[in-house]
Ligand binder design. Structure first.
Ligand code: MTE
Length: 328
């Protein structure tokens, strides 16, 4: 993986809101040409940028049949579809927040398969339309907290990942699960822009993956996922920082050792494998005590961050006896 030296870093692009300094992950040419645009974007801000972006389209054939879920978070104002679909991190489609929406049309999500390999009784491949029908699709409202200290409240559609794992027949030796995303340079211009170790890889311990809150996600706001949000299938782990939630998954591997994961490999001192939301463990370059709720009224924009993103009652027991400062 190519990482530029720190003495190449220029002051313009080091902002606390960025997941890692752009100079670290951008290839030099893309970085130089993006610098001027980045300055403008910073002045304009995400709200105006999202208004300039094309409206999120809702196609007739994207409607999903869903049932309500008892696991939904209640009492929170939902983030608008416009913000959810125009303020994204999906580096394969570009590194700026508006790039995924701009480049989403280049991605093809049919045909699509998800292959299963590693510690399983037998390798399998699922067609996306089979996966969609495996279990009833639920509407699940979750708080979604990005490591960059912004958050949203998103009405996802999916079913618990545990239901899918049962269909995969993992062996007892499978201790972790790894998700690998699509990495096709013909559809994804960001692959050339960012010096990350593609394909995007994320992983969970098996008990985290089997937790009912961990969602295999096919849609949001009652419709299939827009490409920029990880179509046609992604995971969502609501008590972890957003980068754990891999998008556009094409491969699932069951493994006996902790798998390599993209951001942890890029900067292990900044992005831990666990990455549970924790207001008491700061990112080395910024505080995690508060978050900016995207699209909220000016009075509610800055909120305190909750331990495990507010899902501690359900998930804290997964980490009994673990030092969460060391295992951040
Ligand atoms: N998955 C892939 N394949 N590529 C990415 O760049 N970004 C991650 C995560 N999953 C990312 C990814 C990060 S940093 C975040 S915060 C969330 O996706 C953002 O999801 P959203 O754009 O739907 O809000």
């Amino acid at each position: 993986m190519l990482i530029r030296k720190t003495n190449d870093i220029q002051p313009l692009e080091i902002t606390p809101s960025e997941i890692t300094p752009k100079s670290v992950y951008l290839n030099r040419r893309a970085f130089m040409s993006g610098a001027a645009a980045a300055g403008t974007a910073a002045l304009v801000g995400p709200r105006i940028a999202s208004l300039l972006a094309p409206a999120a389209s809702v196609h007739a054939d994207t409607k999903l049949t869903t049932v309500p879920s008892p696991l939904s978070t209640t009492g929170e104002q939902l983030t608008s579809l416009q913000d959810i679909t125009h303020y994204n991190n999906f580096y394969e489609l570009g590194v700026d927040k508006g790039d995924p929406a701009r480049n989403a049309g280049r991605m093809k999500t049919r045909p699509w398969t998800v292959s299963i390999e590693g510690q399983v009784k037998a390798k399998k491949t699922f067609d996306i339309d089979t996966l969609l029908k495996l279990r009833p699709l639920e509407d699940r409202i979750y708080r979604f907290r990005c490591v960059e200290a912004w958050s949203m409240v998103i009405p996802w559609v999916g079913y618990s990942l545990s239901e899918f794992i049962k269909e995969c027949d993992p062996l007892p030796s499978a201790k972790y699960i790894q998700f690998l995303s699509l990495a096709d340079p013909n559809q994804m211009p960001g692959l050339r822009e960012a010096n990350l170790d593609w394909p995007y890889s994320e992983g969970l311990r098996m008990d985290e993956a089997m937790h009912p809150l961990t969602l295999l996600t096919f849609g949001l706001y009652g419709e299939t996922l827009p490409n920029q949000d990880g179509a046609p299938v992604r995971v969502v782990i609501p008590w972890k920082y957003g980068f754990k939630s891999a998008k556009s998954i094409v491969k699932v591997r069951f493994v006996d050792k902790q798998p390599h994961t993209t951001w942890n490999e890029m900067a292990p001192n900044e992005y831990g494998f666990y990455s549970n939301v924790n207001p008491d463990v700061d990112h080395p370059r910024w505080s995690q005590k508060t978050e900016r709720r995207i699209g909220a009224s000016i009075f509610k924009q800055r909120q305190p961050t909750l331990m495990f993103n507010g899902y501690g009652d359900q998930v804290a027991k997964l980490y009994t006896g673990m030092d969460l400062r060391k295992n951040f």
